[in-house]
Design a protein around this ligand. Structure first.
Ligand code: ADP
Ligand code: ASP
Ligand code: MG
Length: 412
């Protein structure tokens, strides 16, 4: 007998029929004798709808009130699933994040989990109940409702699995696993049987929204076995492998391609190229709570000035532009430019560690399709480039084919 924590995403609970189908699935596991904790998202589109309502009242509503609002979506689905399970003769009980004491900090809309009290859930499991928990939400130490950031139900699932020492955390979604790239963009994308935790972390942080990045971090930290599977089709899905032994296998150079359209590029031109200038530019940006991603500083021009370019989240672009304009006045820089029409494409693979020329293969593939690279950043297991957003899909397809990702992975 195992204890499974299963998380079902928005599409999987998007209608009454789908909730009934999830109830059948959960009942099936229960009938096999497993203990079941089920974490649910809101019905697909519901969180966006709620955010839309708030935006009709105020451009930047109070984050505390936003959390009270957006957490309601999950409360609907947990109650409906519990009813559907009871209808099938299985005892079930639904809980909000606060009721099972998912304690978080008070960073509303992006709170972090600090502790979970498993006592009540254990009691229910011992008495044979299915425990149904609202994803995405918690409570701070003053009893305020908090939420964990978009896609946060994944993190609830992993955190509950860690706290309950579950056999496996299973993320049920509308694709049957983690693919070499988003299967909605590249038809020939291939499902991976396994992906290392390190690669999954890069894929998630570079834009693959199949798992929330914090969920992957959490799984790594607490060594939670994590699997992504389809709600609608049978199959083993993708195991996020924590097993060090897997690294002995012959790894493909590139395992996957991630991309995102969430960034904007800012350039400050004609700044005096003197020691400390990077800090004088990025210091105020950081102080304004704006996270900077890719950074490039040009070599000095003959007149002793340089250009400095960096990317930020698109939502922060306006704020960053304001900060940069002030910095430009102070430094006597020539001008500040911002560009929203960019995208970041990244190749990810632990095999890059032991292979040379991966970067040149990437640049060659983009060059052949006439895609200009605006910025480049690398780490041991990834290379990211910033390009014009118009060419994003073309770039992803070109790289998918250049690194032969449609072919089955070769392992020895
Ligand atoms: P849920 O609502 O179940 O949480 P999400 O929409 O958050 O589902 O995540 C699933 C989606 O992630 C898929 O429909 C797919 O379009 C997208 N996706 C992006 N990159 C990948 C990838 N590498 N592998 C699988 N799915 C991906
Ligand atoms: N409902 C929330 C969202 O749409 C959380 C989740 O689905 O994981 O972001
Ligand atoms: Mg999701």
């Amino acid at each position: 007998m195992s204890l499974f924590v299963q998380k079902y995403g928005g599409t999987s609970v998007g209608s009454i029929e789908r909730i009934e189908a999830v109830a059948d699935k959960v009942a099936g596991f229960k009938a096999q004798g497993h203990d079941m904790v089920v974490v649910l998202s809101a019905m697909s589109g519901e969180t966006n709808r709620l955010i839309g309502l708030a935006s009709q009242i105020q451009e930047n509503p109070d984050p505390r009130e936003m959390d009270v609002l957006v957490s309601t979506g999950e409360q609907v689905t947990i109650a409906l699933l519990s009813m559907a399970l009871k209808k099938r003769g299985y005892d079930a009980c639904s809980y909000t994040g606060g009721q099972v004491k998912i304690l978080t900090d008070n960073a509303h809309t992006k709170a972090r989990i600090q502790s979970i009290d498993v006592e009540r859930m254990r009691r229910d499991l011992d008495s044979g109940k299915v425990v149904v928990v609202a994803g995405f939400q918690g409570v701070d130490d003053e009893g305020n409702i908090t939420t964990l950031g978009r896609g946060g139900s994944d993190t609830t699932g992993v955190a509950l699995a860690a706290a309950l020492d579950a056999t496996e955390c299973q993320i049920y979604t509308d694709v049957d696993g983690v693919y070499t790239t988003d299967p909605r963009v590249v038809d020939s994308a291939r499902r991976l049987d396994r992906i290392t935790f390190e690669e999954m972390l890069e894929m998630a942080s570079l834009g693959s929204k199949v798992l929330q990045i914090r969920a992957v971090e959490f799984a790594g930290k607490y060594k939670v076995p994590l699997r992504v599977l389809s709600t609608f089709d049978e199959g083993n899905g993708t195991l996020i492998s924590l097993d060090e032994e897997d690294n002995d296998m012959e790894q493909p150079v590139v395992s996957g391609i991630a991309f995102n359209r969430d960034e904007a590029k800012l350039t400050i031109r004609g700044v005096p190229d003197t020691p400390g200038v990077a800090c004088r530019i990025l210091g105020p940006v950081g102080a304004a709570n704006i996270e900077v991603d890719v950074i490039v500083q040009n070599i000095s021009a003959i007149d002793g000035t340089t250009d400095f370019t960096f990317t930020v989240h698109r939502n922060d672009a306006g704020k960053a532009l304001g900060v940069l304009q002030r910095v430009a006045d102070e430094l006597g820089a020539r001008e500040v430019i911002s560009d929203d029409n960019i995208a970041k494409v990244s190749i990810v693979g632990v095999g890059m560690r032991s292979h040379a020329n991966v970067a040149s293969r990437m640049f060659e593939a983009l060059g052949q399709d006439n895609i200009n690279i605006q910025m480049i950043t690398t780490s041991e297991i990834k290379i990211s480039v910033i390009i014009d957003e118009r060419y994003l899909e073309l770039a992803v397809r070109a790289l998918h084919s250049a690194f032969e990702l449609s072919e089955p992975k070769i392992t020895e």
